[in-house]
Ligand binder design. Structure first.
Ligand SMILES: [Fe+2]
Length: 358
C-alpha cells in the first residue's frame, strides 16, 4: 500500500534522485514547450502588464476614470497583472512570506501533523496533489491550504501554529486583501458601466465571498524540463492574488505562446478568474497559466483565491452585458457546477487523447 506520507514531493526531492518518477513526467506534446525558467524569464516580447492602482479609488473623477480604464484594458487583454501601489504594506507581505517559509522549513514529520485527508473531505491542511485521473499525472509541489476569510468561517485549529506569527500575519493580510478585492471589483464594475457594487454583490458580498489561502511549495527538481509545478489551467475564482519568493515560475499562455512572468518587487500578481469571466460575459479574461520548476531554487508562492459560495449563487453573464449581438457565452451554473464541468471536460479530453506517455 502506498502511504500518503511518502508522496510528498519534498521528500522525493531531498532523497537524492537524479531522475523523476514517471508520474511527474509530462506528456510528449507538452515537453516541447518546457524550458529553463531562468532563460525563459530573460526573453523579450509581450509581458504581463504592471498596473499602478493607487488612483482607482481617487476622489478626483478624472484621475479615477483614467486609472479604471488602465485596469480594464489589462483585465480584458491579459486577465493577469502585477499590481503596484496596492496599499498593502511591504512589511506585512514580508511577514506573511516569512511565516509561510518558516513553516515549510519544518521537518516533514512536523508538517504531516497538519496533513489534509482529501478522501474524507478534509481539504484544509498540508497536502500534495493525488493522481485523480486516468493518466495518474502528478505535479511537482506540496502545499498548505486553508480558508482565510471571512473570520467567522475560518478554522484556526487547522492553520500552522509554528511560527507564532503565522496566524496574526495571515489574518491581517487576508483582511487587507478583502478590501483590495472590493476596490478592484468596484473598478471592474464601473468599467463595464455597472453600479459600483455590482460584481461584489454577484460573488456573495462581504459575508459570502471566501478567501482561500494556498501556499505552494515547489522543491528543486532534478529534471525541471520534464515536469510542471502546476499544470496549465485557468483559475475558477473571481480574483486570485499571489505573492512569491522572487523565484520565477509562472507562465501565461498569451497569443499562442507561453510567456514567463518576470518578478516585480513589492507587487502582487492578480488573476481574473473564471467567475468574473462568466459574469462579464467573456469581457474579462481568465488566462491559461502554469508553473515551471527548476533545479537551483525552491519556489514558494502564496495564492489567495477569492471565491463565491459553492451552491447558493448561480453564476451567469449579467443581463446588461448580453444582447443580440453579444449573446450569453456561458450557461447558468453554480460555482460547484462550474468546477464539476471543468473536471468533466478534462476527463473527456484525457480519454480522447492518444495512448498514454508509455
Ligand atoms: Fe492558477
Amino acid at each position: 500500500m502506498v502511504s500518503i506520507t511518502s508522496s510528498r514531493v519534498e521528500s522525493l526531492a531531498s532523497s537524492g534522485i537524479q531522475s523523476i518518477p514517471k508520474e511527474y513526467v509530462r506528456p510528449e506534446e507538452e515537453l516541447t514547450s518546457i524550458g529553463n525558467v531562468f532563460e525563459e524569464e530573460k526573453k523579450e516580447g509581450p509581458q504581463v502588464p504592471t498596473i499602478d492602482i493607487k488612483d482607482i479609488a481617487s476622489d478626483d473623477k478624472e484621475v479615477r476614470a483614467k486609472a479604471i480604464e488602465t485596469l480594464k484594458k489589462a483585465a480584458m487583454e491579459w486577465g493577469v497583472m502585477h499590481l503596484v501601489n496596492h496599499g498593502i504594506p511591504d512589511e506585512l507581505t514580508t511577514r506573511v512570506k516569512n511565516a509561510g517559509a518558516t513553516f515549510f522549513e519544518l521537518p516533514i514529520e512536523e508538517k504531516e501533523k497538519y496533513a489534509n485527508d482529501q478522501a474524507s473531505g478534509k481539504i484544509q491542511g498540508y497536502g500534495s496533489r493525488l493522481a485523480n485521473n486516468a493518466s495518474g499525472q502528478l505535479e511537482w509541489e506540496d502545499y498548505f491550504f486553508h480558508l482565510a476569510y471571512p473570520e467567522d468561517k475560518r478554522d484556526l485549529s487547522v492553520w500552522p501554529q509554528t511560527p507564532s506569527d503565522y496566524v496574526p500575519a495571515t489574518s491581517e493580510y487576508a483582511k487587507e486583501l478583502r478590501s483590495l478585492a472590493t476596490k478592484i471589483m468596484s473598478a471592474l464594475s464601473l468599467a463595464l458601466g455597472l453600479e459600483e457594487d455590482r460584481l461584489e454583490k454577484e460573488v456573495g458580498g462581504i459575508e459570502e465571498l471566501l478567501l482561500q489561502m494556498k501556499i505552494n511549495y515547489y522543491p528543486k527538481c532534478p529534471q525541471p524540463e520534464l515536469a510542471l509545478g502546476v499544470e496549465a489551467h485557468t483559475d475558477v475564482s473571481a480574483l486570485t492574488f499571489i505573492l512569491h519568493n522572487m523565484v520565477p515560475g509562472l507562465q501565461l499562455f498569451y497569443e499562442g505562446k507561453w510567456v514567463t512572468a518576470k518578478c516585480v518587487p513589492n507587487s502582487i500578481i492578480m488573476h481574473i478568474g473564471d467567475t468574473l469571466t462568466i459574469l462579464s460575459n467573456g469581457k474579462y479574461k481568465s488566462i491559461l497559466h502554469r508553473g515551471l520548476v527548476n533545479k537551483e531554487k525552491v519556489r514558494i508562492s502564496w495564492a489567495v483565491f477569492c471565491e463565491p459560495p459553492k451552491h447558493s449563487i448561480i453564476l451567469k453573464p449579467l443581463p446588461e452585458l448580453v444582447s443580440e449581438s453579444e449573446p450569453a457565452e456561458f450557461p447558468p451554473r453554480t460555482f460547484a457546477q462550474h468546477i464539476e464541468y471543468k473536471l468533466f471536460r478534462k476527463t473527456q479530453e484525457l480519454q480522447a487523447a492518444p495512448a498514454s506517455k508509455e
